[in-house]
Design a protein around this ligand. Structure first.
Ligand code: NDP
Length: 342
Protein backbone atom coordinates (compact mmCIF):
# COMPACT_ATOMS: atom_id res chain seq x y z
CA UNK A 1 0.00 0.00 0.00
CA UNK A 2 1.18 3.52 -0.78
CA UNK A 3 0.90 5.44 2.53
CA UNK A 4 1.16 9.06 3.64
CA UNK A 5 2.39 9.18 7.26
CA UNK A 6 2.19 12.60 8.93
CA UNK A 7 4.64 13.68 11.65
CA UNK A 8 7.33 11.11 10.82
CA UNK A 9 9.81 12.69 13.24
CA UNK A 10 7.74 11.75 16.30
CA UNK A 11 8.15 9.05 18.96
CA UNK A 12 5.11 6.99 17.94
CA UNK A 13 5.42 7.72 14.20
CA UNK A 14 8.95 6.30 14.13
CA UNK A 15 7.54 2.93 15.21
CA UNK A 16 4.66 3.19 12.75
CA UNK A 17 7.19 3.88 10.00
CA UNK A 18 9.38 0.89 10.97
CA UNK A 19 6.41 -1.47 10.81
CA UNK A 20 5.07 -0.01 7.54
CA UNK A 21 8.45 -0.51 5.88
CA UNK A 22 8.88 -4.03 7.32
CA UNK A 23 5.42 -4.94 6.02
CA UNK A 24 6.45 -3.85 2.53
CA UNK A 25 4.41 -0.67 2.24
CA UNK A 26 5.66 2.37 0.34
CA UNK A 27 5.73 5.47 2.56
CA UNK A 28 5.91 9.22 2.15
CA UNK A 29 6.23 10.88 5.54
CA UNK A 30 5.74 14.55 6.35
CA UNK A 31 8.29 16.38 8.49
CA UNK A 32 8.80 20.04 9.33
CA UNK A 33 12.29 20.41 7.82
CA UNK A 34 14.78 18.82 5.45
CA UNK A 35 17.11 18.11 8.41
CA UNK A 36 14.42 15.94 10.00
CA UNK A 37 13.92 14.12 6.70
CA UNK A 38 17.67 13.49 6.46
CA UNK A 39 17.79 11.95 9.95
CA UNK A 40 14.93 9.56 9.14
CA UNK A 41 16.58 8.64 5.85
CA UNK A 42 19.86 7.90 7.69
CA UNK A 43 18.01 5.54 10.02
CA UNK A 44 16.67 3.55 7.04
CA UNK A 45 19.59 3.35 4.62
CA UNK A 46 18.38 0.28 2.75
CA UNK A 47 15.10 1.78 1.54
CA UNK A 48 15.08 3.61 -1.80
CA UNK A 49 12.95 6.63 -2.70
CA UNK A 50 10.22 4.33 -3.97
CA UNK A 51 9.81 2.89 -0.45
CA UNK A 52 10.59 5.93 1.72
CA UNK A 53 10.19 9.52 0.66
CA UNK A 54 9.44 12.85 2.33
CA UNK A 55 7.18 15.87 2.08
CA UNK A 56 7.83 19.05 4.05
CA UNK A 57 4.81 20.32 5.99
CA UNK A 58 6.04 23.11 8.24
CA UNK A 59 2.91 23.81 10.22
CA UNK A 60 -0.18 21.63 10.32
CA UNK A 61 -2.16 24.49 11.89
CA UNK A 62 -2.28 26.19 8.46
CA UNK A 63 -5.58 25.44 6.72
CA UNK A 64 -4.04 24.22 3.46
CA UNK A 65 -0.93 22.61 4.98
CA UNK A 66 -1.51 19.23 3.31
CA UNK A 67 -2.71 20.40 -0.12
CA UNK A 68 0.52 19.31 -1.82
CA UNK A 69 1.56 16.48 0.49
CA UNK A 70 -1.50 14.35 -0.36
CA UNK A 71 -0.61 14.37 -4.06
CA UNK A 72 1.70 11.57 -5.10
CA UNK A 73 2.69 9.40 -8.01
CA UNK A 74 1.85 6.55 -7.57
CA UNK A 75 -1.17 7.86 -5.70
CA UNK A 76 -1.78 7.21 -2.00
CA UNK A 77 -4.14 4.48 -0.86
CA UNK A 78 -3.98 5.19 2.87
CA UNK A 79 -3.06 7.97 5.29
CA UNK A 80 -1.86 7.69 8.90
CA UNK A 81 -2.13 11.03 10.69
CA UNK A 82 -0.02 11.12 13.86
CA UNK A 83 1.22 14.74 13.86
CA UNK A 84 -0.19 16.76 16.75
CA UNK A 85 1.52 18.64 19.57
CA UNK A 86 1.71 16.80 22.92
CA UNK A 87 3.18 19.02 25.64
CA UNK A 88 2.20 21.15 28.59
CA UNK A 89 4.24 24.31 27.85
CA UNK A 90 1.18 26.29 26.96
CA UNK A 91 1.01 30.05 26.71
CA UNK A 92 -1.83 30.26 24.20
CA UNK A 93 -3.99 27.09 24.19
CA UNK A 94 -5.47 27.86 20.75
CA UNK A 95 -2.21 28.56 19.01
CA UNK A 96 -0.08 26.00 20.84
CA UNK A 97 -2.42 23.00 20.90
CA UNK A 98 -6.00 23.34 19.68
CA UNK A 99 -5.36 24.72 16.19
CA UNK A 100 -2.63 22.28 15.18
CA UNK A 101 -4.69 19.37 16.54
CA UNK A 102 -8.04 20.33 15.01
CA UNK A 103 -7.00 22.15 11.83
CA UNK A 104 -4.27 19.54 11.35
CA UNK A 105 -6.88 16.77 11.37
CA UNK A 106 -9.56 18.48 9.29
CA UNK A 107 -6.86 19.79 6.94
CA UNK A 108 -5.62 16.29 6.13
CA UNK A 109 -9.15 14.99 5.62
CA UNK A 110 -10.18 17.90 3.38
CA UNK A 111 -7.06 17.65 1.24
CA UNK A 112 -7.42 13.88 0.88
CA UNK A 113 -11.05 14.24 -0.17
CA UNK A 114 -10.13 16.92 -2.69
CA UNK A 115 -6.94 15.57 -4.23
CA UNK A 116 -6.49 11.89 -3.32
CA UNK A 117 -9.57 9.95 -4.38
CA UNK A 118 -7.64 6.65 -4.29
CA UNK A 119 -7.26 6.84 -0.48
CA UNK A 120 -9.48 4.20 1.13
CA UNK A 121 -8.45 4.51 4.78
CA UNK A 122 -7.34 7.28 7.12
CA UNK A 123 -6.01 6.19 10.53
CA UNK A 124 -5.78 8.98 13.08
CA UNK A 125 -3.79 9.00 16.32
CA UNK A 126 -6.27 10.17 18.89
CA UNK A 127 -5.80 9.53 22.63
CA UNK A 128 -7.23 8.33 25.92
CA UNK A 129 -7.45 12.12 26.39
CA UNK A 130 -10.50 12.02 24.09
CA UNK A 131 -12.07 9.27 26.23
CA UNK A 132 -11.39 10.30 29.84
CA UNK A 133 -13.85 12.48 31.76
CA UNK A 134 -11.62 14.79 33.81
CA UNK A 135 -14.49 16.04 35.97
CA UNK A 136 -14.98 12.54 37.42
CA UNK A 137 -11.53 12.38 39.01
CA UNK A 138 -10.38 8.86 39.98
CA UNK A 139 -13.84 7.38 39.35
CA UNK A 140 -13.03 3.91 40.80
CA UNK A 141 -16.44 2.46 39.92
CA UNK A 142 -16.06 3.23 36.19
CA UNK A 143 -14.54 1.13 33.41
CA UNK A 144 -13.41 3.30 30.49
CA UNK A 145 -13.92 1.97 26.99
CA UNK A 146 -14.29 3.21 23.40
CA UNK A 147 -17.87 4.17 24.29
CA UNK A 148 -16.68 7.03 26.51
CA UNK A 149 -16.08 10.56 25.30
CA UNK A 150 -14.32 13.40 27.10
CA UNK A 151 -17.11 16.00 27.52
CA UNK A 152 -14.68 18.96 27.78
CA UNK A 153 -15.21 22.01 25.62
CA UNK A 154 -13.05 24.79 24.27
CA UNK A 155 -13.79 26.89 27.39
CA UNK A 156 -12.26 24.16 29.54
CA UNK A 157 -9.01 24.48 27.58
CA UNK A 158 -8.87 28.22 28.04
CA UNK A 159 -9.75 28.03 31.77
CA UNK A 160 -7.08 25.48 32.59
CA UNK A 161 -4.06 25.16 30.34
CA UNK A 162 -3.16 21.76 31.88
CA UNK A 163 -6.40 20.58 30.32
CA UNK A 164 -5.70 22.10 26.93
CA UNK A 165 -3.91 19.06 25.53
CA UNK A 166 -6.81 16.76 26.40
CA UNK A 167 -9.27 19.18 24.86
CA UNK A 168 -7.14 19.45 21.71
CA UNK A 169 -7.27 15.67 21.21
CA UNK A 170 -10.98 15.49 21.98
CA UNK A 171 -11.92 18.24 19.53
CA UNK A 172 -9.58 16.83 16.88
CA UNK A 173 -11.11 13.36 17.04
CA UNK A 174 -14.65 14.79 17.11
CA UNK A 175 -13.87 16.89 14.06
CA UNK A 176 -12.73 13.77 12.22
CA UNK A 177 -15.94 11.82 12.93
CA UNK A 178 -18.01 14.94 12.07
CA UNK A 179 -16.18 15.16 8.77
CA UNK A 180 -16.98 11.53 7.98
CA UNK A 181 -20.63 12.09 8.79
CA UNK A 182 -21.11 15.38 6.94
CA UNK A 183 -18.82 14.89 3.96
CA UNK A 184 -19.34 11.16 3.28
CA UNK A 185 -15.82 10.87 1.91
CA UNK A 186 -14.57 8.04 -0.25
CA UNK A 187 -12.43 6.71 2.61
CA UNK A 188 -13.04 5.02 5.98
CA UNK A 189 -11.57 6.31 9.23
CA UNK A 190 -10.20 4.51 12.30
CA UNK A 191 -8.75 6.15 15.39
CA UNK A 192 -6.13 4.74 17.74
CA UNK A 193 -6.62 6.06 21.28
CA UNK A 194 -3.59 5.22 23.42
CA UNK A 195 -3.16 6.08 27.10
CA UNK A 196 0.40 7.02 28.22
CA UNK A 197 2.78 5.49 25.70
CA UNK A 198 6.17 4.18 26.84
CA UNK A 199 8.91 2.22 25.16
CA UNK A 200 12.04 2.39 23.07
CA UNK A 201 12.95 5.74 21.55
CA UNK A 202 13.92 4.92 17.97
CA UNK A 203 13.60 8.41 16.47
CA UNK A 204 16.42 10.93 16.25
CA UNK A 205 16.87 13.19 19.29
CA UNK A 206 19.40 16.01 19.34
CA UNK A 207 19.31 16.14 23.15
CA UNK A 208 17.51 14.57 26.11
CA UNK A 209 15.57 17.84 26.42
CA UNK A 210 13.89 17.00 23.13
CA UNK A 211 12.45 13.74 24.51
CA UNK A 212 8.71 13.38 23.87
CA UNK A 213 6.33 14.15 26.74
CA UNK A 214 5.33 10.67 27.95
CA UNK A 215 8.91 9.34 28.15
CA UNK A 216 10.01 12.43 30.11
CA UNK A 217 8.77 10.69 33.27
CA UNK A 218 11.28 7.88 32.93
CA UNK A 219 14.01 10.39 32.10
CA UNK A 220 13.15 12.55 35.13
CA UNK A 221 13.14 9.54 37.46
CA UNK A 222 16.60 8.37 36.37
CA UNK A 223 18.00 11.92 36.44
CA UNK A 224 17.13 12.15 40.15
CA UNK A 225 14.26 14.65 39.79
CA UNK A 226 11.90 12.40 41.77
CA UNK A 227 14.27 11.79 44.70
CA UNK A 228 12.35 13.86 47.27
CA UNK A 229 8.85 13.16 46.05
CA UNK A 230 7.29 11.06 43.28
CA UNK A 231 4.82 13.13 41.22
CA UNK A 232 1.18 12.07 40.82
CA UNK A 233 0.58 9.49 38.08
CA UNK A 234 -2.54 11.00 36.53
CA UNK A 235 -3.65 8.37 34.03
CA UNK A 236 -2.84 5.00 35.74
CA UNK A 237 -2.94 3.31 32.34
CA UNK A 238 -0.21 2.67 29.76
CA UNK A 239 0.64 0.97 26.48
CA UNK A 240 3.86 -0.10 24.73
CA UNK A 241 4.83 2.11 21.77
CA UNK A 242 5.60 -0.95 19.61
CA UNK A 243 2.05 -2.12 20.06
CA UNK A 244 0.70 1.37 19.33
CA UNK A 245 2.72 1.34 16.11
CA UNK A 246 1.35 -2.07 15.20
CA UNK A 247 -2.21 -0.99 16.01
CA UNK A 248 -1.92 1.87 13.49
CA UNK A 249 -0.66 -0.41 10.75
CA UNK A 250 -3.20 -3.15 11.45
CA UNK A 251 -6.01 -0.58 11.51
CA UNK A 252 -4.82 0.59 8.10
CA UNK A 253 -4.50 -2.90 6.66
CA UNK A 254 -7.74 -4.43 7.97
CA UNK A 255 -11.28 -3.53 7.01
CA UNK A 256 -12.50 -4.85 10.41
CA UNK A 257 -11.11 -1.64 11.86
CA UNK A 258 -13.15 0.69 9.60
CA UNK A 259 -15.11 3.45 11.38
CA UNK A 260 -13.95 2.33 14.83
CA UNK A 261 -11.92 3.82 17.65
CA UNK A 262 -9.44 1.61 19.52
CA UNK A 263 -8.55 2.29 23.13
CA UNK A 264 -5.24 0.39 23.00
CA UNK A 265 -4.28 -0.37 26.58
CA UNK A 266 -1.69 -2.79 27.97
CA UNK A 267 -2.22 -2.41 31.69
CA UNK A 268 -2.34 -0.23 34.77
CA UNK A 269 0.64 1.38 36.47
CA UNK A 270 1.59 4.06 38.93
CA UNK A 271 4.67 6.29 38.96
CA UNK A 272 5.73 4.49 42.15
CA UNK A 273 5.65 1.13 40.32
CA UNK A 274 7.64 2.70 37.50
CA UNK A 275 10.38 3.57 39.99
CA UNK A 276 10.42 -0.03 41.28
CA UNK A 277 10.69 -1.42 37.74
CA UNK A 278 13.67 0.83 37.06
CA UNK A 279 15.26 -0.14 40.41
CA UNK A 280 14.88 -3.86 39.67
CA UNK A 281 16.16 -3.89 36.11
CA UNK A 282 18.57 -0.97 36.07
CA UNK A 283 20.50 -0.99 39.36
CA UNK A 284 22.96 1.49 37.87
CA UNK A 285 20.35 4.24 38.45
CA UNK A 286 19.82 3.30 42.12
CA UNK A 287 21.45 6.50 43.47
CA UNK A 288 19.20 8.77 41.44
CA UNK A 289 15.94 7.02 42.34
CA UNK A 290 13.65 7.99 45.22
CA UNK A 291 14.05 5.68 48.22
CA UNK A 292 11.18 3.45 49.38
CA UNK A 293 10.20 6.13 51.94
CA UNK A 294 9.83 8.94 49.41
CA UNK A 295 6.20 10.12 49.36
CA UNK A 296 3.84 10.26 46.38
CA UNK A 297 3.23 8.48 43.10
CA UNK A 298 0.97 5.69 44.43
CA UNK A 299 -2.63 4.77 43.67
CA UNK A 300 -5.37 6.88 45.27
CA UNK A 301 -6.86 5.41 48.45
CA UNK A 302 -10.31 5.02 46.92
CA UNK A 303 -8.77 3.24 43.90
CA UNK A 304 -8.63 4.46 40.32
CA UNK A 305 -10.81 3.95 37.24
CA UNK A 306 -10.71 0.63 35.39
CA UNK A 307 -10.35 0.29 31.63
CA UNK A 308 -11.07 -2.32 28.99
CA UNK A 309 -7.95 -4.27 28.31
CA UNK A 310 -6.91 -4.43 24.68
CA UNK A 311 -4.14 -6.93 25.36
CA UNK A 312 -2.18 -7.72 28.47
CA UNK A 313 1.37 -6.90 29.35
CA UNK A 314 2.77 -5.88 32.72
CA UNK A 315 4.79 -2.74 33.01
CA UNK A 316 7.59 -4.87 34.37
CA UNK A 317 7.72 -6.85 31.13
CA UNK A 318 8.31 -3.57 29.35
CA UNK A 319 11.30 -2.97 31.65
CA UNK A 320 10.15 0.57 32.19
CA UNK A 321 10.42 1.32 28.53
CA UNK A 322 14.15 1.74 28.86
CA UNK A 323 15.37 -1.08 26.69
CA UNK A 324 14.30 -2.49 23.37
CA UNK A 325 13.12 -5.82 24.66
CA UNK A 326 11.27 -6.88 21.57
CA UNK A 327 8.60 -9.54 21.83
CA UNK A 328 6.43 -10.65 18.93
CA UNK A 329 3.05 -8.96 19.27
CA UNK A 330 0.91 -11.49 17.51
CA UNK A 331 -1.66 -11.16 20.30
CA UNK A 332 -2.69 -7.75 19.11
CA UNK A 333 -5.66 -8.32 16.85
CA UNK A 334 -8.76 -6.46 15.88
CA UNK A 335 -11.17 -9.37 16.20
CA UNK A 336 -12.26 -8.04 19.55
CA UNK A 337 -11.42 -5.05 21.67
CA UNK A 338 -11.25 -7.37 24.65
CA UNK A 339 -8.17 -9.01 26.07
CA UNK A 340 -5.94 -11.05 23.83
CA UNK A 341 -3.90 -12.92 26.41
CA UNK A 342 -0.15 -13.22 25.97
P1 NDP B 1 6.03 13.59 19.55
O1 NDP B 1 6.11 14.93 20.20
O2 NDP B 1 7.26 12.80 19.45
O3 NDP B 1 5.36 13.71 18.11
C1 NDP B 1 4.56 14.75 17.70
C2 NDP B 1 4.69 14.91 16.20
O4 NDP B 1 3.82 15.94 15.73
C3 NDP B 1 6.10 15.32 15.78
O5 NDP B 1 6.42 14.70 14.57
C4 NDP B 1 5.96 16.83 15.60
O6 NDP B 1 6.92 17.38 14.73
C5 NDP B 1 4.58 16.91 15.00
N1 NDP B 1 3.97 18.24 15.17
C6 NDP B 1 3.53 18.80 16.31
N2 NDP B 1 3.05 20.03 16.08
C7 NDP B 1 3.19 20.26 14.74
C8 NDP B 1 2.88 21.36 13.88
N3 NDP B 1 2.31 22.47 14.34
N4 NDP B 1 3.18 21.23 12.55
C9 NDP B 1 3.75 20.10 12.08
N5 NDP B 1 4.05 19.04 12.84
C10 NDP B 1 3.78 19.11 14.16
O7 NDP B 1 4.94 12.81 20.41
P2 NDP B 1 4.19 11.41 20.21
O8 NDP B 1 4.86 10.57 19.23
O9 NDP B 1 3.95 10.91 21.56
O10 NDP B 1 2.78 11.91 19.62
C11 NDP B 1 2.26 11.46 18.39
C12 NDP B 1 0.77 11.42 18.48
O11 NDP B 1 0.37 10.52 19.51
C13 NDP B 1 0.10 12.75 18.82
O12 NDP B 1 -1.08 12.85 18.05
C14 NDP B 1 -0.25 12.59 20.30
O13 NDP B 1 -1.34 13.38 20.67
C15 NDP B 1 -0.60 11.12 20.34
N6 NDP B 1 -0.55 10.47 21.66
C16 NDP B 1 0.62 10.32 22.36
C17 NDP B 1 0.64 9.67 23.60
C18 NDP B 1 1.90 9.45 24.37
O14 NDP B 1 1.83 9.05 25.54
N7 NDP B 1 3.07 9.67 23.80
C19 NDP B 1 -0.60 9.19 24.19
C20 NDP B 1 -1.78 9.36 23.37
C21 NDP B 1 -1.74 9.98 22.16
P3 NDP B 1 8.39 17.83 15.29
O15 NDP B 1 9.12 16.57 15.59
O16 NDP B 1 8.98 18.57 14.16
O17 NDP B 1 8.13 18.66 16.49
Amino acid sequence: TRVLLTGGSGFIAAHVLDILLKNGHSVVTTVRSQQKADKIKEAHPTYGKDKLDFAIVEDIAKEDAFENAVKSDPPFEAVIHTASPFHYNVTDPMKDLINPAVIGTTGVLKSVKKHAPTVKKVVITSSFAAIVNPSKGNWPEHTYSEADWNPSTLEDAVKDTMNAYRVSKTLAEKSAWDFVEKESPNFKVATINPPMVYGPVVHYLNSLDALNTSNQRIRDAILGKWKEEIPPTGGFCWVDVRDVGLAHVRAMERPEADQKRFFVTAGGYSNREMVEVIRKHFPEYQDQLPGPDAPGGGYPEEGSFKFVQFYYKTFDENRGGLQALYRPQSMLTFESNAVQGT
